[in-house]
Design a protein around this ligand. Structure first.
Ligand code: ADP
Ligand code: MG
Ligand code: MG
Length: 191
């Protein structure tokens, strides 16, 4: 991944989140507090603003600036989690150019911070199978979407949705959807 590709990816991700701000908040309404779209739209918009202003010149610097901005501007549970993901990716990018290894480091830091395993109805349920699909060279935008859709059938055991227990069933997890946008746009940017 070149720095140009990374910036293109983050721009497409931001556009996708902003376009779907209402939908992400609608997903967060029945099983959370209805703010996921607002949180993500604010954080990603600030991230792009910071990238335009500071013009980081390497992949590592762009990932690091993104991590810092997401941590400070997204808020909620997802801010520190996306921030951790991008910080893990930042560190990995100093040692490797391999996209799978970089994403694995991101997922590892999400799990270090949030303690969620696969099957708890969180963003982890998009990240983990996406990385698996990428490893096996069989990742498509449709598959990424299906990983998020599949959280409908999971009972939440982490985050706000876990307060609902059984009643979280039948609803897509909002963070799994914003993560699906992250990986859809990764594919679109040709990263
Ligand atoms: P909040 O719940 O504080 O309002 P958001 O609505 O922005 O924060 O984000 C909620 C999303 O964060 C959930 O849909 C879920 O995907 C993710 N999430 C919450 N807790 C965890 C966790 N412990 N590990 C991984 N992801 C989590
Ligand atoms: Mg919320
Ligand atoms: Mg909130």
């Amino acid at each position: 991944m070149t720095n140009e590709q990374l910036k293109q990816w983050l721009q497409l991700f931001t556009d996708k989140v902003v376009e779907n701000k209402q939908y992400l908040s609608d997903l967060d309404t029945p099983i959370g507090d209805g703010d996921h779209g607002a949180n993500m739209a604010r954080g990603t918009t600030e991230m792009m603003k910071a990238i335009e202003e500071k013009n980081p010149e390497t992949v590592t610097d762009t990932l690091k600036l993104s991590a810092m901005t997401l941590i400070s501007k997204v808020g909620g549970a997802s801010g520190p989690l996306y921030g951790s993901a991008f910080m893990g990716m930042t560190k990995a990018s100093m040692k490797t150019e391999d996209l799978v290894e970089i994403l694995e480091a991101g997922l590892a830091d999400i799990q270090k911070r949030g303690k969620a395993e696969i099957g708890e109805k969180t963003m982890v349920d998009t990240w983990a199978p996406t990385i698996e699909g990428l490893k096996n060279n069989e990742l498509t935008i449709e598959k990424v979407q299906s990983f998020s859709e599949a959280t409908k059938d999971i009972k939440a055991s982490k985050g706000r949705a876990s307060y609902l227990g059984e009643r979280s069933l039948g609803h897509i997890d909002p963070g799994s959807m914003s993560s699906a946008y992250l990986f859809e746009t990764m594919i679109k940017a040709g990263v």
